[in-house]
Design a protein around this ligand. Structure first.
Ligand code: BT5
Length: 301
């Protein structure tokens, strides 16, 4: 049981309209007010007037996904916070931070996380076996691409976890996904996504772009978060839909690539992905299957 649960329940009732004063618990109203929600009272009814900008009530209001949400001002890493929540038994909960002080990429690389991004981690009970965890990364990458395309931004996926935007031969990174899993019997899956949403050009790292830069408009981070959570839930337990959606949205297949693994660099044509999300590379002499690595798209000869 979470302190916010009566507040969540009340919040969802406002979707049908104003709520009679006598059936709106004072404590729930107070919890929502503390999160920035504003109400008025007229004719014995409570009216929801203002949802705060980027806070859990704004993301949860109208959310079509079976998860709860929390938004923190500053965290070291939402994936670390999510891991603690997972170990404490929480599932179907998404943790966001306005900014991260130690955001992580793969192989402990630094993830720049200034305010304006959507830095979030979703804790799930995994439904697929461990060797298919990579498909959760695929589901999140598809979710981000679809959200971007709905805003008119033609994003694409670079294997395995980058969402990028190609413009006049220049490619910039819009988002990355970091999936982690653990826990033996009480197992958990964390899908961390870093999306450069409402970030101006001046605060982006080199090689990055944002929805704000691409559209020229301010971006509603709560709407971005909602859209991605909904699409992730839509796909994550369905490997065949995830794979076909991923194949439709990737720029990697059919490309000449160079993939740097822990031990070697493999160059060839990326021909397909396996049912676990590994990349198949035709090196000219044989097919190689790569499960993890950093992929570069090379110019065709
Ligand atoms: C990723 O790693 O792309 C996964 C990034 C996942 C970040 C999210 S934010 C919420 C959650 N909490 C966390 O702590 N992490 C997750 P990788 O493929 O290893 O790419 C990392 C590289 O991307 C870095 O070495 C930089 O070159 C570049 N980079 C760093 N910050 C960036 C940004 N904001 N936008 C674009 N590129 C960035």
């Amino acid at each position: 049981m979470n302190d916010h649960d009566p507040a969540r329940e009340l919040l969802s009732r406002f979707r049908e309209g104003p709520v009679p004063v006598e059936s709106a618990p004072e404590q729930a109203i107070r919890t929502l007010q503390e999160a920035g929600v504003e109400f008025t009272r007229t004719n014995g009814k409570v009216h929801l007037e203002v949802l705060p900008n980027y806070a859990w009530p704004r993301i949860e209001y109208g959310l079509q996904a079976p998860c709860t949400v929390s938004v923190h001002q500053t965290l070291e890493s939402t994936n670390d916070q999510a891991r603690n929540a997972a170990k404490a038994g929480q599932r179907d909960h998404a943790i966001f931070a306005v900014e991260q002080t130690a955001g992580r990429g793969r192989r402990d690389r630094t993830w720049d996380s200034p305010p304006g991004g959507v830095w979030g981690s979703l804790v799930l009970t995994p439904q697929l076996p461990p060797h298919k965890s990579g498909l959760a990364t695929f589901a999140a990458a598809v979710a981000v691409v679809d959200m971007a395309r709905e805003s008119g931004v033609s994003a694409e996926i670079k294997w395995p976890n980058d969402v990028q935007i190609a413009n006049n031969g220049k490619v910039n990174k819009l988002a990355g996904v970091l999936t982690e899993r653990g826990g033996g019997q009480e197992s958990w899956l964390i899908i961390g996504f870093g999306i450069n949403a409402d970030i101006p050009a001046a605060t982006l790292p080199t090689g990055a772009t944002s929805l704000r830069v691409e559209t020229g408009d301010a971006v509603d981070r709560a709407a971005v978060a909602r859209s991605v959570l909904e699409r992730v839930y839509d796909l994550v337990d369905d490997p065949s839909r995830t794979l076909s959606a991923w194949r439709d949205r990737t720029a990697t297949l059919g490309q000449r690539v160079s993939v740097q693994t822990e031990s070697e660099s493999i160059v060839g044509e990326a021909t397909d992905v396996t049912e676990t999300g590994a990349l198949i590379i035709d090196t000219g002499s044989r097919n190689r299957t790569v499960t993890t690595g950093d992929c570069r798209h090379l110019r065709s000869a």
